[in-house]
Design a protein around this ligand. Structure first.
Ligand code: COA
Length: 372
């Protein structure tokens, strides 16, 4: 039984940025057009006029200031409100594979490895751009990796569930160098025309390399324990599965994109996550004082502030619970790994931290790590 360790990590950040102000200008132009088109029904009281969005609301409600996207002009075109990501030929690399490849190469470089060293790839994400062949297998080919690869989807919790699966396989000896990649094109499953959620998501890809600790060539994070849990809820849902494609009005159906009952998610997920982390730490004999860092899922700043306070029993010191959502927005499964990747290298030998992701399902996963 090998001790699994994170020996490399990396983030692919798209080159295009949408600020809240740019987003709100586009949304409000769209809403004005919509109100014009529906002027009679609005005047007769049949439907309500669409209200404008506001940058102040977005920052105050979520902590998000901007987001990276794979395509900006399609999202900001008030007559379109959707990224332009044309379908590629089957012979060309897929968009998700390309994003993941960049993050994976950074993780491999940090670990002093090449693709040929890798014998397991898990592509863990909220949505996959095709049903099969698995995107993970395409990444395996692009990296010249061996072994085997597969896709998995536990929505926003995909990263930690992927890390648990990979760590278990490292422990069991069925893999010796495992990449868990989270390429998230959230912009293509967000409804940018819905005022309640149009500001929530951004695009990114992350990668972590997991190897037996004794094989590490440099500094590492030992994965001391993982814990995953799920409990069914419809409060975060996307119905865009293959069976629904036979539906005549698919184009117009709001449930074919990300849907959430944000207030309920807030109320139900917060206690679930805080209790999950506390129970996991307790089971492993960790107290709040043992923690140097919390890398949480990045959906909402208020939510993270609440969880940090509950877990530590006090308001976290600056830097103890880093947020990246002001720059990246919610990037689904990738959020906690971006926070980890950008805010972990300063930790010293023996420092401990928790990576935690949570979201649709409901689902929650925690990973207890120690710097070595
Ligand atoms: N601009 C301006 N005002 C807006 C707005 C916008 N874009 N969107 C909503 N509002 C208004 C609403 O109309 C409402 O006004 P009212 O009080 O006059 O009715 C008010 O702001 C509050 O709206 P609500 O949707 O209840 O906001 P909220 O405070 O719950 O914040 C979320 C919304 C989505 C940011 C918050 O619920 C949240 O983060 N939930 C958890 C999300 C999450 O973790 N999801 C997991 C996804 S993986």
């Amino acid at each position: 039984m090998g001790q699994p360790a994170i020996t490399g990590h990396g983030v692919f950040t798209p080159s295009e940025i949408i600020t809240n102000d740019e987003l709100v200008v586009a949304f409000n132009a769209y809403a004005a057009l919509w109100n014009e088109d529906n002027a009679d029904a609005i005047a007769s009281g049949e439907i309500e006029a669409m209200s404008p969005s506001s940058s102040d609301f977005i920052v105050n409600a979520s902590g998000i200031e901007r987001r990276f996207v794979m395509n900006k002009d399609g999202v900001l075109d008030p007559t379109r409100m959707f990224p332009r990501l044309p379908a590629r030929a089957d012979e060309a690399p897929g968009v998700m594979a390309e994003m993941a490849l960049d993050a994976a190469q950074k993780a491999l470089a940090m670990a002093g490895r090449t693709g040929a060293d890798v014998d397991l790839i898990i592509c863990a994400a909220s949505n996959h751009e095709r049903a099969y062949p698995a995107i993970a297998i395409e990444i395996q080919q692009l990296l010249d990796a061996g072994g085997f690869a597969f896709d998995m989807n536990v929505a926003c919790s995909s990263a930690t569930f992927g890390i648990q699966a990979a760590s278990d396989m490292i422990r069991a000896g069925s893999a010796k160098a495992a990449l868990v990649v989270c390429p998230e094109i959230c912009s293509a499953h967000l409804e940018w025309r819905d005022r309640d959620c149009h500001f929530i998501f951004g695009d990114v890809a992350t990668a972590v390399l997991i190897e037996p600790a004794e094989n590490a060539k440099g500094a590492r994070f030992d994965i001391l324990s993982t814990r995953c849990a799920t409990k069914f809820s419809n409060n975060i849902r996307n119905n865009n599965g293959f069976l629904r494609r036979t539906h005549d009005q698919m184009e117009d159906r709001r449930d074919m994109q990300f849907m959430q009952n944000g207030r309920k998610v807030f109320k139900e997920v917060l206690p679930m996550v805080s209790a999950h982390i506390a129970a996991h730490m307790q089971a492993e004999g960790w107290s709040a004082d043992d923690l140097s860092r919390l890398w949480l899922h990045q959906a909402n700043k208020t939510m993270n502030d609440f969880i940090g306070k509950k877990v530590l029993g006090r308001v976290p010191e600056p830097g103890e619970q880093p947020n990246i959502l002001q720059d990246y927005a919610n990037t689904s499964s990738a959020g906690s790994i971006i926070a980890f990747s950008k805010h972990s290298e300063d930790l010293k030998e023996g420092n401990r931290g928790v990576i935690c992701s949570f979201g649709a399902g409901y689902s929650v996963g925690s990973v207890l790590v120690e710097r070595r």
